[in-house]
Design a protein around this ligand. Sequence first.
Ligand SMILES: Nc1nc2c(c(=O)[nH]1)N[C@H]1C(S)=C(S)[C@@H](COP(=O)(O)OP(=O)(O)OC[C@H]3O[C@@H](n4cnc5c(=O)[nH]c(N)nc54)[C@H](O)[C@@H]3O)O[C@H]1N2
Ligand SMILES: Nc1nc2c(c(=O)[nH]1)N[C@H]1C(S)=C(S)[C@@H](COP(=O)(O)OP(=O)(O)OC[C@H]3O[C@@H](n4cnc5c(=O)[nH]c(N)nc54)[C@H](O)[C@@H]3O)O[C@H]1N2
Ligand code: SF4
Ligand SMILES: [Mo]
Length: 715
Amino acid sequence: MTELMLKYFRTKQQEAQSERVYESQCPFCSMQCKMQLLEQQVVSRTSYKTVGKDNPTTQGRLCVKGMNAHQHAFHRDRLMQPLLKRNGEFVPISWSEALEKIKTHFTDIQEEDGLDALSVYGSASLTNEEAYLLGKFARVGLKTKHIDYNGRLCMSSAATGANQSFGVDRGFTNSLQEIPRTRCIMLAGTNIAECQPTIMPYFEQAKENGAYIIAIDPRETATTDIADLHLKNKPGTDVVLASALLKIIIEEDLIDKEFINNRVQGFEEAAHEVSLLDLEECAFATGVPKDQLYQAAITFGQEESGMIFTARGIEQQLDGTEAVRSFINILLATGKIGRPYSGFGAVTGQGNGQGAREHGQKSDQLPGYRSIENEADRKYIAHLWEVEEKELPRKGVSAYEMFEEIDRGKITGMLVMCSNPLISNPNANFIKKSLQKLKFLVAVDMFLSETAELADLVLPASSYLEDQGTMTNVEGRVTLREASYPLPGKVKHDWQIICEIASVMGKSDQFSYQSPEEIFNELRIASRGARADYYGITYEKIRKDEGVLWPCPELEHNGTARLFEEEFAHQDGKARMAVLNKGIGTPKEKTSDAFPLFLTTGRVMSHYLTGEQTRKSPSLAARHIESFMEVHPDTAEKYNLKDQMLVRVTSEHGGIIVRCRRSKNIRKDTVFVPFHWGGDQNVNRLVSGELDPFCRMPGFKLTTVKVEPALARSV
Ligand SMILES: Nc1nc2c(c(=O)[nH]1)N[C@H]1C(S)=C(S)[C@@H](COP(=O)(O)OP(=O)(O)OC[C@H]3O[C@@H](n4cnc5c(=O)[nH]c(N)nc54)[C@H](O)[C@@H]3O)O[C@H]1N2
Ligand SMILES: Nc1nc2c(c(=O)[nH]1)N[C@H]1C(S)=C(S)[C@@H](COP(=O)(O)OP(=O)(O)OC[C@H]3O[C@@H](n4cnc5c(=O)[nH]c(N)nc54)[C@H](O)[C@@H]3O)O[C@H]1N2
Ligand code: SF4
Ligand SMILES: [Mo]
């Protein structure tokens, strides 16, 4: 090798060694995989790579979304400065101009339409600190009762169901470590293989150890593939299905009488109700053969330990709360909770789906799961926030209902932070009309999302690489997302943006934080003594222990891995079984001649929620460049739909056009469309705005539709 070549390679080596490492956590799902961004400078080119980092929840694993997350963070479409809409066009403005605009418009709205005319729409992708601060901002900074968040569309039925049955809501009652040693697992309406991929090894180990896995899903998915038994039910029939399983368990005497006597209320009533069911009718209503119902019930009842996991398949229903409770009923009757290798898990969705539902973004809630209608809770928080108790607003309305309030002219201004409601809310055509009615809409986002495009003012927010804070993951573990990547352009952190808006609204004293840690220390006090007690958790402790499972009431406390070992969280320490007066086969949506098929909606592995982030990543977008409708070949034949053809899907509420994908994986009476795309592919144009009466969750998983070749109409 010549001297020159040697020199060249040496320089290359040195350049390659100029590598920087940035700590972070994945911006997507509830696994909150720990990751590192490697930034390499080779000559004048910077290249990036994301690698996993060991941690107690995911042991260094990443899925394809995590590996490519940096692609959207560095995308050229990242917003770099505030944008103001002038004559229909966005123009860049300074932060001081932006804040001045907010002050003028928000104050005008408050004077013209009243304090409750302003509203805040938050997110469970925010850190705990930001979620907490946003709740305080609405009540103290803007003095409005109108705040809610995207988690309402996600886990509100799981939360309400768990609260009603157990008295508290932490998604998983056990840590993930217990899964490999359980004997029987029920996966109801969850597609963990595509939605929480790095959780899979826990279930695969359970299977290797001999666990029997039962999946309940109208489709065959990568998750149902690991099941020993797949109950391929009609969408929306999970309450009947779970009640039928309970009936069989009771009739076969597979219940735990001692546990019921000591720890459960309402068994007799619930048992009586399910005894009235006719199993033939249940089989017909659910579309699951009777022998499969028996097989599932008897196996689950007989095994010495068992766990049930639910997700949006059973929860995003107009009877979602009841569906959650009907599965918990099975655990309570068989005594499979509060002891090793037995328990419940409503699989959390968003990165901070757990923490962001605990600290006051919900319309009826104060931090730590305190209630905004409880006098003692109000007093405690008012004191901490240095306001008069009577100044604290009362409860407002849920996410979708805020758009109804806009339509009625009651809400005239909105701040949306970290959400894209135009794509994610049901009845999308109505949502668009509502958003357009607002006098002033502010969107805080990393991109000009479909919602941000309708805004009057858009503020640029930092990404997961830049923004430090805590996130509570799928198992209830409070983790610290270390983030140190420099802020690009004029971008600010969400918590800084909240503080700056509060300041121009005259509340600088209550919003003068200098760091996320300072906010967290206030959150610890706000949650002290409440159900989601974070008081004993500090940044230092999270760093030392690699996360802490709440509740953690004292500094000396090590956190709580398994809930309900001694008692449930209701006053008398007992759990409540639900009496489900559903009768048979009564989902609200029924097929008709006009709309002969069920539509259910959900996700694919490579895209995340409204797709605003993952559609920007070339590696992820390439896997699914557009939406599609999964349909059984026999059904496709019946409606003249060829594979790959564009099809029009129409419901009572609107229409979309997507690509046809024939597949034997789905029931013949059901079609499936993911919701990661906007415009003419926005499946939420089809979904109705009706809500679950207990938790105000929309019925994303059940709509009735008709399908036809897209071009047939236009010729
Ligand atoms: N790749 C990816 N991962 C994600 C997300 C993402 O967008 N993409 N989002 C994250 C978030 S926020 C969430 S909430 C979770 C969601 O995670 P999941 O709830 O697991 O995901 P979904 O695809 O919405 O629905 C799960 C399954 O429910 C089935 N299903 C539909 N209708 C019914 C029914 O009536 N009964 C039953 N039993 N099953 C039914 C669907 O066929 C689907 O396979 O995933 C998180 N992880
Ligand atoms: N049909 C149907 N609809 C559904 C569902 C379904 O299964 N079917 N699932 C529902 C569920 S479970 C959920 S969770 C919702 C989610 O619904 P959304 O909250 O609307 O979904 P996202 O795509 O996460 O929107 C986040 C937005 O915030 C931006 N963003 C990302 N990170 C940050 C940040 O750190 N700060 C700020 N300020 N902005 C940021 C992104 O660019 C994006 O525009 O959708 C619901 N809608
Ligand atoms: S999407 Fe979820 S499973 Fe995949 S890397 Fe991110 S946090 Fe982990
Ligand atoms: Mo979600």
